[in-house]
Design a protein around this ligand. Structure first.
Ligand SMILES: [Zn+2]
Length: 172
């Protein structure tokens, strides 16, 4: 009765085959054979059992709730924050790719809160870190600068000292 339940799920023919193969290639004393059979049975029995806990991962929150507008949640421990990458390396020693694989996530699964990445890119543009450099240098808003420059250019070649004095002498 006990033996039956213990060997449940194990194909005796497979066990016999393995034992036969083993005995053919090794010197086995007859009294060792029962132990051998038992050992093979136990091994098969373990294989039939559900995987150990490390294979059956339970996320801290459902995957679809792990990405919110202003934060992301670590599926391993439930940590909440704007950026998961740093947390994964410091807390779990995982690279982002390893984390994604571990949870069977798509490679474009967000690890940074959407609003946070938006803020960052906006900030980058404001600081002139985006492409195109600083637009203010190319298109100066005030009118004085070009006018003054043009005036200066116009005056200088045409204004030798005597002419300037003559102009200055006859204002009327
Ligand atoms: Zn975590």
């Amino acid at each position: 009765m006990d033996a039956e339940s213990r060997f449940r799920g194990v194909d005796p023919r497979l066990v016999t085959k393995i034992i036969a193969s083993y005995v053919a290639h090794h010197e086995v004393a007859p009294e060792q054979i029962p132990g051998l059979i038992s050992s093979v049975h136990q091994t098969f029995g373990r294989l039939n059992q559900p995987p150990e806990p490390h294979g059956a991962l339970t996320p801290a929150v459902p995957v679809r709730r792990s990405v919110q507008r202003d934060h992301v949640v670590c599926l391993d421990c439930g940590w909440k924050g704007k950026m998961l990458r740093r947390h994964l390396t410091t807390r779990h020693g995982l690279r982002a790719e390893e984390y994604l694989r571990r949870w069977g996530l798509a490679s474009d699964h967000l690890l940074t809160a959407p609003t946070y990445s938006k803020q960052r890119s906006t900030l980058a543009k404001e600081l002139g870190l985006g492409r195109g450099g600083r637009p203010s240098e190319n298109a100066p808003a005030p009118n004085q600068a070009p006018t003054a420059l043009a005036a200066g250019r116009r005056r200088r070649p045409r204004a030798p000292a005597p002419a300037a004095m003559a102009q200055g002498d006859s204002p009327e």
